[in-house]
Design a protein around this ligand. Structure first.
Ligand code: UN1
Length: 504
């Protein structure tokens, strides 16, 4: 365990949680203890940013922007290429640190780092493809086109569950777009953020652009509030609960800033009676139990056709019984702990509420009697109208709801306030296309014969409704990190007006 911390020099007490242009600072905003979720023991203490640290960091980001934006995008991409290579070299160590701090199993910790590498590769290519369109002007001897310019420093607020990958979706793209990144990691997971910032520092050392990647570990009250109110950050990209997003969104909007919000999900899989059940069982298991149910894309609601419901639940219980729970760093563990005691308590409260609302817990349901924050993965059959099903409980609880027709299933699936991820298991082209049509799933992600979680970085990631509407990672998400300029050039000798207007 100590070797994992030592690999990144996380040995100071406290570990400095603020980095401004490559220089580490002990923050003046108090100290937080980081527990190992698998044991409850303190891994390290980290000093958090005070207002003075925040001010130093944001000034550095603004100063870095003035120069970084003038560096040609492919040259900015060259730094991101080096970052991706450095992450390749440190993949094992960083993946282990993610597992240690968050409690996700090692293959998932490594997968998270791979996601960072992938987005760096994507961003490097993108650095030569920040295309604007050329339009046909209605006026003779005129040329009209759009160009994309760097926007400014981007405030990135990340959650505990993907403590480094979600930063990288933003950071790799923002960096090639010409924007420095000011990172506020979750208070629960600053160690991985410190480690990643150290990797950034190695890449940027001596370049003069050290302020492109700044870190301000801190509380929502101090750093979070300062960021959302700060006009020097034209874009805030925030990942976390819908409750958090409902505070951040209006505040940033009030100062005419932009947001990318990636908030709660309440994701469903529809299993039709014609589904390949073997495939569906495997997908449900990974989507519901993976990361101990703590992904925003985690499967929370299993909508299963009444004709196969009993059979499906029996097979699922069998699959759950083979899930080995234990230390996330041990070989063969499939499910680690939850992130905190509070998360365990919330899960137990949700199950109590569910029982009051008529739920029948058919598998699991208990916290484990051992050190750390371990729980049993849980399956509960419940009516579609139970209020608890509307909520995102960030824990491995799978609500099983029966339906009779695809139309009914789609209605149930869309009948929640969140709209992140969704999936259908069916062998029927008609069912699949209906699910993907305009009257089908209302989510940002809709899959066929694939679970709700585990998206690739090449697509745009995000969701509708209370999920916040933001899009990150691949496709054309980069446009949110740049400002668009429409340009018309008159290369003739006359001054024709648009819309054929004659003036004077
Ligand atoms: C998150 O939980 O905030 O699609 C992100 C997935 C991962 C990302 C999850 N690639 O499950």
């Amino acid at each position: 365990m100590n070797e994992i911390l030592e690999a990144f020099g996380l040995t100071d007490d406290p570990v400095p949680g603020v980095c401004v242009a490559g220089e580490w600072r002990q923050g003046s905003g108090g100290i937080v203890e980081i527990p190992n979720p698998a044991t409850g023991e303190v891994l390290a203490r980290v000093s958090l940013a005070g207002r003075d640290d925040y001010e130093a960091a944001v000034s550095s980001s603004v100063e870095a922007f003035l120069r970084w934006r003038t560096l040609p995008a492919p040259q900015r991409g060259e730094y991101v290429r080096r970052l991706g290579n450095a992450l390749r070299e440190r993949k094992e160590e960083l993946g282990a640190l993610v597992s240690l701090e968050v409690g996700k199993i090692l293959p998932e910790g490594l997968g998270e780092v791979q996601e960072m590498i992938d987005i760096c590769d994507f961003a490097v290519g993108l650095s030569r493809q920040l295309y604007g369109k050329t339009m046909a002007s209605e006026r003779p001897n005129h040329r009209m086109y759009e160009q994309w310019h760097p926007l400014g420093p981007v405030g990135v607020i990340t959650a505990f569950n993907f403590p480094v990958a979600v930063w990288s979706w933003n950071a790799a793209i923002a960096a090639v777009c010409g924007d420095p990144i000011l990172w506020k990691p979750s208070e629960r997971t600053p160690l991985t953020a410190v480690a990643v910032t150290k990797i950034c520092n190695e890449v940027m050392a001596g370049s003069g652009y050290e302020g492109v990647f700044n870190l301000v570990a801190g509380t929502g009250d101090v750093v979070g509030e300062a960021m959302v109110d700060d006009r020097r950050l034209p874009l805030i990209s925030a990942t976390g609960s819908t409750r958090m997003g409902k505070i951040v969104g209006p505040k940033v909007a009030a100062r005419m800033g932009r947001t990318i919000l990636e908030l709660g999900g309440n994701n469903a899989i529809i299993v039709m009676d014609d589904a390949d059940l073997e495939l569906a069982i495997r997908a449900v298991l990974f989507a519901a139990v993976g990361t101990a149910g703590q992904r925003c894309t985690t499967l929370r609601r299993l909508l299963v056709h009444r004709a196969i419901a009993d059979k499906f639940v029996d097979r699922l219980k069998d699959a759950y019984s083979q899930v080995r729970i234990g230390d996330p760093l041990d070989d063969g563990t499939l499910m680690g702990p939850l992130v905190s005691q509070a998360a365990v308590d919330q899960m137990m409260q949700a199950l109590e509420a569910a029982r009051d609302q008529g739920a029948q817990v058919v598998y699991g349901g208990k916290a484990l009697d051992r050190p750390g924050y371990f729980v049993e993965p849980t399956i509960a059959r419940i009516g579609k109208d139970a209020p608890i099903v509307q909520e995102e409980t960030f824990a491995p609880i799978l609500w099983v709801i029966e339906f009779d027709t695809l139309e009914e299933a789609i209605e149930i699936q869309n009948g929640v306030s969140q709209g992140l991820s969704s999936a259908i298991f069916t062998q029927s082209l008609k069912n699949a296309e209906k699910f993907l049509s305009a009257t089908g799933s209302d989510c940002g992600i809709a899959n066929v014969n694939i679970g709700t979680s585990g998206a690739e970085i090449g697509g745009a990631f995000g969701g509708e409704k209370d999920t916040g509407g933001g899009r990150e990672a691949g496709s054309d998400s980069w446009k949110a990190y740049m400002r668009r300029q429409t340009t018309t050039i008159n290369w003739g000798d006359d001054l024709p007006l648009a819309q054929g207007i004659e003036f004077g």
